[in-house]
Design a protein around this ligand. Structure first.
Ligand SMILES: [Zn+2]
Length: 119
């Protein structure tokens, strides 16, 4: 018979062999910690998305509708974090952070837009 140990405190588990934890307290501690790790990941990603949205919104409010990749990154923009895409009939794909979007142009600049229609 193999010895089973508690996933939380690593104490030997007595009794049923399908148990993962030695006690309810250990099970709760383990699950709470896992949940808070997950929440942290979600919070970090949400934060990146909101920051991207804020940057695009600020630029468009100050009438900037075309900007270079470097200028965007200087502002703290992270290209990997978007909420949706939109491909036009011409085959151009806009990336969106909520209602604000951008499209890479042939000259390497980015065209900024705000989506007006419903989702
Ligand atoms: Zn335990």
């Amino acid at each position: 018979m193999t010895l089973k140990r508690c996933q939380e405190c690593e104490r030997e588990i007595l009794g049923r062999t399908d148990k993962k934890y030695c006690s309810d307290m250990c099970r709760n501690n383990y699950n709470n910690r896992e949940r808070s790790k997950e929440h942290q990941i979600v919070r970090q990603i949400n934060c990146m998305l909101l920051r991207n949205r804020k940057i695009l919104s600020r630029l468009l409010t100050s009438k900037v509708s075309k900007i270079s990749r470097n200028k965007l990154m200087e502002q703290g923009f992270h290209f990997g974090y978007c909420t949706s895409t939109y491909t036009t009939r011409k085959g151009e794909t806009y990336l969106f952070c909520y209602e604000y979007g951008f499209l890479e142009l042939a000259d390497g600049q980015f065209c900024l837009v705000k989506r007006a229609e419903q989702y």
